[in-house]
Design a protein around this ligand. Structure first.
Ligand code: FAD
Ligand code: DHB
Length: 396
């Protein structure tokens, strides 16, 4: 069976869904194909923090209602080290900006509902996806659904299929440069039934390793501790997990994490990855398909949103003015913001994690940098403006 549309989108993550929704609002048709089921994408626990520009974007697109109703707007974060906590007042330092703690799978639910309501097709559970003809003017995507061979003929293909998807590989190896850094640690993430331990997120550095204290709802908390990336969740009993959290976070002020029943555990790898270029012929990559950050800066989903703002704008320009100009410069413009986010994520990661085998001077530099960050307004402002998110290109 062959279908025709203007933009064929591979992947119903934040990038693919946002793109379909933005294109529809400009009268441009698309079809999304997704390897997983709707239940799986709406239930997978991933990122938790939306930057200020991402919140604004979701509002502008009319999909921010539930986010404001059940998400939590935070005006600051805390950096904990040396047994003390230090507040970074994001709101004051950035002229009134904030972040929203609202889980990625809730964003996905909102976007799936909006995309289906506007009549866009999402085909779930596809297999054997192959991109064809991207160097010509009428590319196509071949795949199977329930064993039946299918095809989408389109003007453009948007590769929004995450780090492991096939789109990036469709760019000839000789035409792309892949930059990769693997960190010698992972994050052990838990969800637990407990009240919040803090009104704001805590990024804690200690000699035993990093901890992030985040939240989901008044009764469910999200927390992470730095671990060996080859470790296994079965090695960690609940007692051992809580003992490690306490050992890394307790200081002189008497503050103590609140415990509760742990109902989800998982280990996340830490990588910095960028594929240059993000386009070839009629194929355009967006989000994790082109770049990955370690989670410390909370940037992954937000970088995907930045790509989509540029890509949708470029596709709209093409259909409105018959102009290739914005499309031709998509990768160069997107990569500027991506490299900023990558550098900030690396900075936060190396600032807050201790790595085995480090020399003592590196550890002392880390402490000096942390002291500077919380005592200098210029340094705190730099951290704050990166954390709340730099404006998307073309927006205020
Ligand atoms: P994805 O969300 O990966 O979506 C890609 C979609 O494409 C998926 O639904 C996938 O099933 C689909 N797909 C893949 N292959 C195919 C195919 N062949 N055909 C059709 N569909 C396909 N970021 C943070 O900032 N903080 C965090 O705490 C954090 N935690 C994370 C935890 C995990 C386990 C993972 C995997 C990522 C995490 N991230 C985090 C990163 C963040 O979630 C991503 O940056 C974000 O999901 C990027 O969105 P995307 O749409 O580009 O890609
Ligand atoms: C969360 C994840 C992050 O990577 C981060 O930097 C902040 C919060 C979270 O899952 O809540």
């Amino acid at each position: 069976m062959a279908q025709k549309t203007q933009v064929g989108i591979i992947g119903a993550g934040p990038a693919g869904l946002l793109l379909a929704h933005m294109l529809h609002r400009q009268g441009i048709g698309s079809i999304i194909i997704e390897a997983q089921t709707r239940e799986a994408i709406e239930g997978t626990i991933k990122a938790g923090v939306l930057e200020h520009p991402t919140v604004q974007l979701l509002d502008e697109l009319g999909v921010g209602e539930r986010m404001h109703a059940v998400g939590f707007e935070h005006h600051g974060i805390e950096l904990a080290f040396g047994g003390k906590r230090h507040r970074i007042d994001l709101h004051e330092l950035t002229g009134g900006k904030s972040i929203m703690v609202y889980p990625q799978h809730e964003v996905i639910k909102d976007l799936v509902a909006a995309v289906l309501a506007n009549g866009t097709t999402i085909e779930f559970g596809v297999r054997d996806v192959a991109l064809q003809g991207i160097e010509g003017t009428r590319p196509s995507i071949r795949y199977t659904l329930d064993g039946e061979a299918r095809q989408i003929e389109c003007d453009f293909i948007a590769g929004c299929d995450g780090f492991h998807g096939p789109s990036r590989q469709a760019i000839p190896a000789a035409l792309r440069v892949e930059h990769l850094k693997t960190y010698p640690c992972g994050w052990f993430g838990i969800l637990c039934e407990a009240p919040p331990s803090s009104d704001e997120l805590i990024y804690a550095q200690s000699d035993r390793g990093f901890v992030l204290v985040s939240t989901r709802t008044p009764t469910v908390q999200r927390m992470y501790f730095q671990c060996d990336p080859s470790d296994h969740v079965d090695n960690w009993s609940d007692e051992r997990i809580w003992a490690e959290f306490h050992a890394r976070t307790e200081g002189s002020d008497g503050w103590r994490l609140k415990e509760g029943r742990i109902f989800q555990k998982g280990i996340i790898a830490m990588r910095s990855f960028v594929c240059e270029t993000m386009q070839h012929g009629r194929l355009f990559l967006a989000g994790d398909a082109a770049h990955i950050v370690p989670p410390t800066g909370a940037k992954g989903l937000n970088l995907a949103a930045g790509d989509v703002v540029l890509l949708s704008g470029a596709i709209v320009d093409f259909y409105r003015d018959n102009s290739h100009q914005s499309l031709d410069s998509y990768s160069a413009r997107a990569l500027k913001r991506v490299w900023r986010g990558e550098q900030f994520s690396w900075f936060m990661t190396t600032l807050l994690h201790d790595f085995d085998g480090e020399d003592t001077i590196t550890r002392r530099f880390r402490r000096a940098q942390l002291d500077y960050l919380v005592s200098s307004r210029a340094a705190s402002t730099s951290l704050a403006e990166n954390y709340v998110g730099l404006p998307f290109e073309g927006s205020a």
